[in-house]
Ligand binder design. Structure first.
Ligand code: ZN
Length: 407
C-alpha cells in the first residue's frame, strides 16, 4: 500500500549531484558523504542507491575474476591494456635479472597498480585542479614533447590524474614542495606552486628505468633505477651497506638540468596564452626587474635573469628572492667553466657562452635519452680516466664544489 507522505518526501530529494550533496549535509549532517558527492558527481546513482561511496571499478572486477579464475589474469590484464584502460608507464626499460617474459608480467601488473592508484581518493588532495594547473600540465606536456622529439624520442602525455595537488609533500623525511615518484608514476605537488608543477613534469618526461633484482630469499625486487641523469643505487644486498639508505648518483646535476629546463620552458611561455598569459607576464616582469634592479643578486648567486625567481615578503617588511636549486645550477655552470678552460681545443673559436650552451644541451639530451656517454667521455678526456665516475659518486654540494675547484 502506498503512503502519500513518503511519496511526497521522495520528491523533495534533489536529483542533481551538487543539490543532493547540499541536502545530505543539511538534512543528514554527513559532511563526508556530501563532499564525496561534490568531488564525484558521477557517483550520484551509487550514492542515491546506498552503494559503497567508492565506486566499483574495472580494477575491482579484474581482482574478483582473477581470484576466482587465476589463469585468466594475464589475458584479462592484456585486454585492459589493449583497450587503453591501463596507463602508459613513463619508464623506457627494465634492467636486471628477470627474463623477458617475467619483465612483461611485471610491467603489466605495474600498469594495473598505477591505474588503480590514479583513481584512488587521497586525503588532503585537491581533487579538482584549477584551470591554471590544468593549463600548465598541458603546456608542459606539449613543450617537453617538442624537446623529446628533437632528441629522436617518442612523445607521450602525462595525464592530469598523475599530478596530485596536495597539502603536504614528504620526501625522504623532509617536507618538500614537489616530488615525482617514479615507482608510483605520479607527481605530488604542493598547492599554489605552478613552477614546481612544471619542474616535476620535466622529471616525469625524462628518461626512466626500473631495476628488477633477485633478492637473497628468491623473490624479485622491483625498484626505481634511473630518472634522467640520476642513478639510484641498488637496495640489495643491504648487508654490504650495513643497512644504510641507498645512495643517489648525479642527483645534484640532474636537479640542475631539470630546473634549468623548467626555467627555459617558463621563459618561453607566451604572454597571450589564454590561461597562462598572466603568469607569463608576471614572470617576464620579474625577470626584467632582476636584470635592471637586482644586479647584485645576479652576481652573488651567479643567477641568470631568466631563472624563475620568487619574491618572498618577510614579516619585517623586507623582501627575499629565491630560486630553486641555485647551488646545484651554480655548480653545473662552474663545471662548464672548467671544461671550457681545460679543453680549449674542443671549444676552439667558441665563446664561453656558446660552449656553456653546447654543454648544457648535451646534458639535457642525456637527461631525456638516458645516454650520458658523450658528456662522460668529454669529462674524462679533459680531467682524466675515471674522473666522471668519481664526480658522480659525490653526495654533498660542498664535496662537489671542492672537487670541481680541484679539477
Ligand atoms: Zn626535482
Amino acid at each position: 500500500m502506498e503512503h502519500a507522505p513518503s511519496q511526497q518526501y521522495e520528491h523533495e530529494i534533489p536529483e542533481e549531484a551538487p543539490a543532493l550533496a547540499d541536502w545530505i549535509e543539511e538534512e543528514l549532517g554527513d559532511i563526508e558523504l556530501a563532499q564525496f558527492l561534490r568531488d564525484h558527481p558521477e557517483g550520484l546513482e551509487l550514492c542515491a542507491n546506498g552503494g559503497s561511496i567508492l565506486p566499483r571499478t574495472v580494477f575491482d572486477l579484474e581482482k574478483d575474476v582473477s581470484d576466482v579464475v587465476p589463469e585468466y589474469q594475464y589475458d584479462l590484464r592484456k585486454s585492459l591494456a589493449l583497450d587503453g584502460t591501463l596507463p602508459v608507464l613513463t619508464y623506457d626499460r627494465f634492467v636486471g635479472d628477470a627474463t623477458q617474459s617475467m619483465k612483461a608480467l611485471i610491467e603489466m601488473s605495474h600498469r594495473l597498480e598505477v591505474g588503480r592508484s590514479r583513481i584512488e581518493f587521497w586525503e588532503g588532495e585537491s581533487v579538482e585542479k584549477t584551470e591554471g594547473q590544468l593549463a600548465m600540465i598541458a603546456y608542459a606536456n606539449d613543450v617537453l614533447d617538442v624537446l623529446r622529439k628533437g632528441h629522436g624520442l617518442d612523445s607521450f602525455t602525462i595525464p592530469n590524474e598523475a599530478i596530485r595537488i596536495t597539502d603536504e609533500v614528504f620526501t625522504r623525511n623532509r617536507l618538500n614542495k614537489g616530488e615525482f615518484a617514479l615507482f608510483d608514476q605520479c607527481a605530488h605537488v604542493l598547492k599554489y606552486t605552478p613552477w614546481i608543477l612544471s619542474h616535476e613534469m620535466v622529471h616525469a618526461k625524462s628518461y626512466a628505468a626500473v631495476r628488477v633484482e633477485k633478492k637473497t630469499e628468491g623473490a624479485l625486487a622491483v625498484q626505481a633505477y634511473r630518472m634522467g641523469l640520476l642513478i639510484i643505487e641498488s637496495d640489495e644486498p643491504r648487508k654490504e651497506k650495513q643497512g644504510r639508505e641507498p645512495l643517489d648518483f648525479l642527483r645534484g646535476l640532474n636537479e640542475a638540468v631539470t630546473e634549468e629546463t623548467t626555467s627555459r620552458l617558463v621563459a618561453e611561455m607566451p604572454e597571450d596564452h589564454p590561461v597562462l598569459g598572466e603568469i607569463a607576464q608576471w614572470y617576464h616582469h620579474l625577470s626584467a626587474f632582476m636584470k635592471e634592479r637586482k644586479q647584485n643578486l645576479l652576481r652573488e648567486w651567479n643567477a641568470r635573469p631568466y631563472w624563475i625567481t620568487n619574491e618572498v615578503d618577510n614579516l619585517d617588511g623586507t623582501v627575499t628572492y629565491t630560486s630553486a636549486y641555485t647551488r646545484e645550477r651554480n655548480l653545473m655552470f662552474d663545471l662548464f667553466h672548467k671544461l671550457y678552460e681545460r679543453a680549449p681545443d674542443r671549444f676552439a673559436g667558441k665563446t664561453e657562452q656558446e660552449a656553456e650552451e653546447e654543454l648544457f644541451l648535451m646534458l639535457q639530451k642525456a637527461m631525456f635519452t638516458g645516454n650520458i656517454l658523450p658528456f662522460g667521455r668529454l669529462f674524462n678526456e679533459t680531467f682524466g680516466r675515471g674522473k666522471f665516475r668519481e664526480y658522480g659518486h659525490l653526495q654533498e654540494n660542498d664535496e662537489i664544489a671542492e672537487f670541481i675547484a680541484d679539477l
